[in-house]
Structures are given as structure tokens and as C-alpha cells.
Write a protein that binds this ligand. Structure first.
Ligand SMILES: *Cc1c(COP(=O)(O)O)cnc(C)c1O
Length: 395
């Protein structure tokens, strides 16, 4: 009798469903914004990465449309063959200027940037990578694709990092890599101490600003501005898919780093380059952030207000004492309870994600609220009330 060659897929899917880990899609009817349409209903969006509401911005969309007219729908090739147009160069030069660096290189996604750049930089078994235990999956995959040894240090624990560097023996070069803003907990890397440790041991530093650009620092320039340490990080990586509301990843740094990465990064070399429309959108959003720092200020103000509302609703024990990013983790603990609370909120018209194992540790499930600059105070106060109610009814 022949065996069904697909049986193992059925088995694995059944196993995921039995463990409550099977994921499905929620299909939105229109654009991503502070309000979205889902199953014909108006929902308040509290789970989006579009922190500055750029995906649906009129000016951004007009620039994207115009770029499609001028440069075409697709780019037609990889960067080193036929896929570099004037707009690629312009985007990279403005990203470099925004971050105060000599040069920048754009990737198709933030994922492609991290997963490609880390193995390009650490290409020998003699090299070593020190990586925070809560770093994003794309950094983890970059480490896995590198022949270098990866040493994981405790989350944002610079003493543990220093001890692990001291104990490590390596003859090649070393890299410390960390999220600037951690994607689930919304906390910020301890940059001053990380830089001190890096200097002491002469290691390269690489920070991922996916959730930092447009969000932290008084004018949204990111982690260096937040700490008042301009120009101190060796390799600044980020995405154009979050606050910039478009698509694509980037790395900023000295010209020689960018020249090296253009020649050595496989995810850059062997992939068709970014499409003109998304680049024009990212470029426009970048200029808006600089022209209208009040957008970032409004986002930061919303964060303070929303946390205050959550405390007023009795949730002080569920949120961090200090929260300075657009990500607000609301601690629930039990996975089933977190899922139930998110379902209650969905039914009440609020889009908010329950994050559970394996994204966070077992028994440490959270509701992960993500704010936008365009949420109103009234909406956020209402949302805080709805969240408190949904949690109390999830028992
Ligand atoms: C989202 C994210 C990425 C990946 O960026 P994409 O552009 O979505 O591929 C990388 N790092 C962090 C920390 C992220 O949150």
C-alpha cells in the first residue's frame, strides 16, 4: 500500500491546532490606518506598525503613484545588474543623511537586511557574534546563516554581555548586535553601556532600529538621538516598513562598510531590487518626519496619555513603569486568557494582538498595543476602558 506523501503535513497542522498555536489570517478591506475596515466593520487599529500613519497618507500615496508613472511598476533587475535607478540612489543618500552617516544601502525588506548583512560581516568560523536573547527573528536567522560562533546574552544585560565577551576566545572580528527597541516588550537597548562594553573589547556594534526610527528621539531620528549619542553606533540597520509605512530595509554606516555590503551580501546581490512606488513612498515619509516633527511628538504624547489611561483603569500592575516607545505590552500571563481578551476586544471593535508562546515565553502572554500618531486622546481613553473590561471578562 502506498503511503500518502502529504500525511505529515496533516499531522503537523493537527498538532498546531491541538496546541492552540495554529495561525490564521485576518483580511482587511482597505488601507492600514488608525481605523481599518474588517468584515465590513469599522475597527480601531491598536496593533499596527504604521506608527506615524504613513501607509494611507495622501501625500505619500501621491508620490508613490507618480513614481510608478515615471519609473514603472517594477525595477526589472537586481541592483548590480539592471535594477538601480536614480530613485534608489536618492533614497539611499537621504537615508544616510537622516541617520547622519556617510552612506546607506537599501534592501528589499528589513528581514533581508539582517539575514544577509550579519553573515556577510561575520563570514569566518573565527568570527564571533554577541546577540541579545530577545533579538528579532531576522537577526537570529542572520546569525544562523553565519559560520561564526553566536553567543546569546541575557536580555539587555550589559554585565552578562561583558562577562561573555571576556570568557570568549576568538581570533577573528566580533560583532555585538541588538534591537534598538525590542519588538515585543517595547523597551530600549541600554546604549550607553553597550557602547562602553564594545569600546572596551574593540567590537563592532550593530543596532536594529525597526521600531525606533520615527518613534524615539525628540525628532524621531532614533536611538542615538534618544540617548544624545550621535554617530556612536557602527552599523545602523532599520526598516522602511514601520513608521515610514512603505517597505524595505536599510543599513547606514561608513562608505567602506556600504561598499563592502554591496559586494558581499547575498540577499542584496541575488534579489530583484525595490519597486519604484515603495521607494518613493519611503522617501516621502522620511521627508515628512523631518518637516513635521510634531507627528513624532504626537505619537510620544499618545503613549504617555494611553499609559496614564491604562493606570486609571486599574492596569498599572500590567504595564511597564516607564514606557517610551509606541509598543505597550499589557501583561496577561495565561495564554488562553490573553487570546480570550483579544477576542473580546475584537468583538468590541478594537484590533489588538495577543502575543504568546513561542514569540514570548510560556505563561508570559501579553496584549501588545501599538499606537499611532493619529489616534485621538478620546479614542485611546475609550480603548483603555475596553481593554480593562476585556481582561476582567476573560477569566
Ligand atoms: C519588523 C522587523 C524586522 C523586519 O523588517 P521588515 O521590513 O518587516 O522585513 C527586523 N527587525 C525588527 C526588530 C523588526 O521588528
Amino acid at each position: 500500500m502506498s503511503v500518502d506523501k502529504w500525511q505529515w503535513l496533516d499531522d503537523e497542522l493537527a498538532r498546531l491546532k491541538a496546541k492552540n498555536l495554529y495561525r490564521t489570517l485576518k483580511v482587511l478591506d482597505g488601507a492600514q490606518s488608525a481605523h481599518v475596515s474588517w468584515q465590513g466593520r469599522d475597527m480601531l487599529m491598536l496593533a499596527s506598525n504604521a506608527y506615524l500613519d504613513m501607509c494611507n497618507d495622501t501625500e505619500v500615496k501621491a508620490k508613490a503613484s507618480a513614481a510608478v508613472q515615471n519609473y514603472g511598476a517594477g525595477s526589472g533587475g537586481s541592483r548590480l545588474t539592471t535594477g538601480t535607478s536614480a530613485i534608489h540612489i536618492q533614497l539611499e543618500s537621504e537615508l544616510a543623511r537622516f541617520k547622519g552617516r556617510e552612506a546607506a544601502i537599501a534592501f528589499n525588506t528589513g528581514f533581508a537586511a539582517n539575514s544577509g548583512v550579519i553573515p556577510a560581516l561575520c563570514a569566518s568560523p573565527d568570527d564571533i557574534i554577541f546577540s541579545d536573547e530577545l533579538n528579532h527573528a531576522s537577526i537570529i536567522d542572520g546569525c544562523r546563516q553565519s559560520p561564526a560562533r553566536t553567543v546569546i546574552y541575557r536580555h539587555n544585560d550589559m554585565q552578562d554581555l561583558a562577562q561573555k565577551i571576556k570568557a570568549a576566545r576568538f581570533s577573528g572580528h566580533g560583532l555585538i548586535v541588538s534591537d534598538a527597541v525590542f519588538s515585543m516588550d517595547g523597551d530600549i537597548v541600554n546604549l550607553p553601556e553597550l557602547l562602553q562594553v564594545a569600546r572596551q573589547y574593540n567590537l563592532l556594534t550593530m543596532l536594529d532600529e525597526a521600531h525606533a526610527t520615527g518613534v524615539i528621539g525628540s525628532t524621531g531620528h532614533g536611538v542615538e538621538e534618544h540617548f544624545g549619542l550621535p554617530g556612536q553606533v557602527d552599523i545602523l540597520m532599520g526598516t522602511m516598513s514601520k513608521a515610514l509605512g512603505a517597505e524595505g530595509g536599510y543599513v547606514c554606516g561608513p562608505q567602506k562598510l556600504i561598499d563592502f555590503l554591496r559586494n558581499k551580501t547575498r540577499s542584496y546581490i541575488f534579489s530583484t531590487s525595490l519597486a519604484p512606488g515603495v521607494m518613493a513612498a519611503a522617501l516621502c515619509a522620511l521627508r515628512i518626519i523631518e518637516r513635521e516633527p510634531q507627528r513624532t511628538a504626537a505619537l510620544q504624547d499618545n503613549v504617555r496619555w494611553f499609559c496614564q489611561c491604562l493606570r486609571q483603569e486599574g492596569l498599572a500592575g500590567h504595564i511597564p513603569a516607564q514606557n517610551q516607545t509606541a509598543i505597550i505590552p499589557i501583561r496577561i500571563g495565561d495564554e488562553a486568557k490573553a487570546v480570550k481578551a483579544a477576542e473580546n476586544l475584537l468583538a468590541a471593535g478594537y484590533f489588538i494582538s495577543a502575543i504568546r508562546y513561542p514569540t514570548v515565553k510560556r505563561g508570559q502572554a501579553i496584549l501588545r498595543a501599538a499606537l499611532m500618531s493619529s489616534h485621538t486622546r478620546e479614542e485611546l481613553a475609550r480603548a483603555a476602558r475596553a481593554i480593562a473590561l476585556a481582561i476582567s471578562q476573560a477569566n
